[in-house]
Write a protein that binds this ligand. Structure first.
Ligand code: NZQ
Ligand code: ZN
Length: 387
């Protein structure tokens, strides 16, 4: 463990079937006015909306509805929520949905009662010194880890910037309810998008640094669990064990635990966020398409780690091969997995056009802790390779 660190994660997790039974008691800790944040209607289809409203009513709360939060939530939508918080003196924002709803709720929590929130908190990364409104979540889609972290990824449509800000502990959900059965209805496309998001979070923390760090061993185990359970969940989307394993792996992958004392890459995420700003694509599918050409560009610069990835995650053990060949076989195994599962490999399938590529390359952040620090030209090459 090379660098000193402080690990603090204040989110309380209620996990499992009927974990929602803990909601009513939790609500006692907050005032009467609740902002119920949700997306485009999936929670109504699965009956969760009615269940939550019943519990809120039983707890004698005033419920203010804040629906229609879209995938890749926009700054405009977030400001709408901030106004509802101010107008109704909201005591708790209860986010019911996937990463987009939870991210948006955290954004609302920070932006309420503030001026110029975008510029201050998402562009200049100003420290949050004011009191924010508490957020809690009920997760219905697996992938982002937003249920147990401070991440809030917001898209400014006018500026064509999708910016991820990681807020401090006060903005983390106070509690999150994780019932794997809620994820049964997530479409195969969205499930796979979420799954690749988990894998990318793990790989982007793994592929950096050259020290012997306990986190890398944890990441290898998590990746194996995700790979195995993906096959089970594809075959049977109602497999509770697989859905539960994917849900908890997703939470642990980005609740800061496996990033402790590690240098981290995050270049694939930077490029994907700008791809998302231009195309509004499903986040994990963008990551899947970009990852293979990206890793093929950088593996020679972090060769030992890529050999370790091939050996420990994909069980590639061929003594007669060179290190480079083994490393490449690991990336090819990842590529085979992506294709076998039906994840996206081409940006053209995600709504990108050739004309967008230079703009995406130009506006992507460049990671200084990657094995190979990218140039704008190299990012463009990568984008062209997966177009
Ligand atoms: O809007 P509804 O109707 O709810 O439908 C959603 C949406 O269309 C649907 N869905 C969710 N739960 C469902 C369901 N459909 C059927 N049954 C259910 N139980 O799934 C679709 C996608 O939902 P969304 O919340 O957009 O997906 P995800 O969880 O992947 O979130 C993506 C957003 O999170 C950001 C991404 O950039 C993107 O904006 N990220 C957040 C991070 C964080 N907070 O730390 C880190 C990530 O790297 C990521 O950047
Ligand atoms: Zn992600």
């Amino acid at each position: 463990m090379k660098y000193n660190f402080t690990f603090y994660n204040p989110t309380k997790i209620y996990f499992g079937k009927d974990a929602i039974s803990n909601l009513e008691e939790e609500l006692n800790n907050y005032g009467p006015n609740i902002l119920l944040a949700f997306g485009g209607g999936s929670i109504k289809k699965i009956g969760l909306f009615d269940t939550v409203v019943d519990i809120l009513k039983r707890a004698k709360k005033n419920v203010v509805l804040y629906g229609g939060i879209m995938p890749n939530p926009t700054y405009k939508k977030m400001l709408e929520g901030a106004k509802l918080v101010e107008d109704n003196k909201i005591d708790l924002i209860l986010a019911v949905g996937g990463g987009s709803v939870i991210d948006c709720a955290k954004g609302v929590s920070v932006a309420a009662y503030q001026e110029n929130a975008w510029e201050r908190f998402w562009i200049k990364h100003e420290e949050v010194k004011h009191n924010t409104v508490p957020v809690a979540s009920i997760l219905t889609m697996v992938g982002t880890g937003s249920e147990m972290n401070g991440g809030s990824v917001i898209t400014n449509e006018e500026e064509k910037i999708k910016s991820g800000r990681v807020f401090p502990a006060q903005v983390y959900p106070k509690f999150s309810i994780l019932d794997p059965t809620y994820t049964y209805t997530v479409s195969k496309y969205q499930m796979l998008s979420g799954i690749f998001d988990i894998m990318s979070h793990l790989m982007e923390q793994y592929f950096s640094g050259d020290d012997d760090n306990v986190s890398d061993y944890l990441i290898e185990g998590l990746l194996k669990s995700v790979i195995n359970n993906t096959y089970v969940a594809i075959k049977n989307p109602l497999d509770y064990e697989a859905r539960g394993n994917l849900m908890w792996a997703s939470t642990v992958a980005l609740n800061t635990l496996v990033g402790m004392s590690k240098e981290q890459d995050w270049e694939v995420h930077s490029i994907e966020h700008q791809l998302g700003a231009y195309t509004d694509c499903a986040h994990g599918m963008g990551l899947a398409a970009i990852s293979i050409p990206y890793y093929k560009h950088i593996y020679k610069y972090g060769l030992d780690k890529f050999v370790r990835f091939a050996t420990n995650v994909w069980n590639i053990n061929e003594d007669d091969l060179s290190k480079e060949e083994v490393a490449l076989k690991g990336i090819e195994a990842l590529e085979k997995f992506i294709k076998e599962c039906g994840m996206v490999t081409k940006l053209s399938e995600l709504g990108a056009t050739r004309e967008m590529l230079p703009l995406i390359a130009k506006s992507s952040d460049i990671s200084s802790s990657a094995y190979k620090v990218m140039t704008e030209e190299e990012i463009l090459e990568i984008l062209n390779e997966c177009f």
